[in-house]
Design a protein around this ligand. Sequence first.
Ligand SMILES: NC(=O)c1ccc[n+]([C@@H]2O[C@H](COP(=O)([O-])OP(=O)(O)OC[C@H]3O[C@@H](n4cnc5c(N)ncnc54)[C@H](O)[C@@H]3O)[C@@H](O)[C@H]2O)c1
Length: 439
Amino acid sequence: MNTTRRAFLKTSSAAVLGFPAIVRGANLNSNLQIAAVGCSNKGLSDIKEVGSHARVHYVGFCDVDTSRFDKADETFPGVPHFQDFREMFAKLSDTFDAVTVSTPDHMHAYISLEAMRRGKHVYCQKPLSHTVWEARQMRLQAAKSKVVTHMGNQIHSAKEYRTAVKLVRDGVIGKVKAVHSWQSNPGNKYSHLTAPPAPGPVPASLNWDWWIGVAPYREYAPDVYHPFKWRDWQDFGAGTMGDFGCHIMDPVFTALELTAPVSIRAENEGLNPQTWPSAETISYVFPGTAWTTDKTLPLTWYDGGRQPDIALAQMPADVKLPGSGSLFIGEGGTLVLQHVGMPKLYPVEKFGTFEIKVVEGTSHYHAWVDAALAGTKTTDNFDYAGPLTEAVQLGNVATRLPGATLEWDAAALRITNKPEAETLLSGKYREGWGIEPVT
Ligand SMILES: NC(=O)c1ccc[n+]([C@@H]2O[C@H](COP(=O)([O-])OP(=O)(O)OC[C@H]3O[C@@H](n4cnc5c(N)ncnc54)[C@H](O)[C@@H]3O)[C@@H](O)[C@H]2O)c1
């Protein structure tokens, strides 16, 4: 462990002892003081949306690339900049209550766990974590620290998904027999690279070592990792499943109150050790719930252009499945939910005159701020988002062992029938960047 890291941990644990779960937000006259990590692209939109709440005040912006503060500064001028979140946490210490985490996936758990250990509320982008094990640690730490947490799959709070959840819960299509979820994006030239390209000069504004963070070190190469393109690399992102699973499967989880799958099996177009497959099908079996017809529920995920058999949807011949979404097959009809679109009910003969009552959306971002200020829970807290992310990342474990049916024991955090799959539940951390299990 290097000195900086040791010093940070020392500061960190001292802070944990001194902080109640809600620090400044407990005072009703105060604002929620927030430190933001990751300031461009989705980070910028998180900063703007969270910051549009009247009682939010930013105390620090952190980005490993100093060229990426401009737009956040335009909206919130004068907020101090940091390039290393560890320095920001240590220096700002007790002046902030909450953190937004909008970095590439491989850093979500490390940063969020450090924040929660300090008693900070956390809004963390989807997927909550890069691995199954990390999702579990985040859920455990949130409970231990008693902080207010929220995953950044903002469509969870949108009218489209809320309306679909209500229709399923109202029993409009009866109990559900099966679900199919898909994302048709066929990827791009970056998602089809099979080896790291030749290194290139690191931009002066970027601290590449801190960008790499917990991941195994590799040289910077222009235009393939930072920004945005890290998604398809196994060391940093989670492919299409990780990018969209926590969005598209979210209304399925909420409507049917799904917990942990009992088994997962994947097939894909071919795999290499560097990037995620460009097309895959992942078959889950979940325990049945009060909303399902049977004791188990099959949920099948497709990506890279794959889709479920259109005949299952009972749609008219001239209607196509949306590019991405979910198909709920109920005993009394089907619900097709576009990502992101209003739910549609089929067959037309049965639902042609059915009036769908829209459930209005709410601000996902403000819901977290309000809950942090009030000390209440959100509907997308880590007790919910943790298991959803575990299921998503179990899909990525299965896709690395195509054709094998993996049996999952969620309570024990174990795949019980395939030892080589168990090693894929967690990542390998770079020296000095280890993540301690929550005890
Ligand atoms: N909810 C949504 O609809 C949605 C949409 C897009 C992205 N996302 C999620 O948001 C996250 C960011 O995605 P993106 O597309 O904005 O990525 P990006 O690479 O475009 O931006 C990430 C930003 O974080 C900075 N960064 C990287 N490592 C950092 C670190 N250790 N500390 C501080 N800053 C760091 C980068 O410099 C960059 O400015 C991902 O988890 C992604 O899955 C969510």
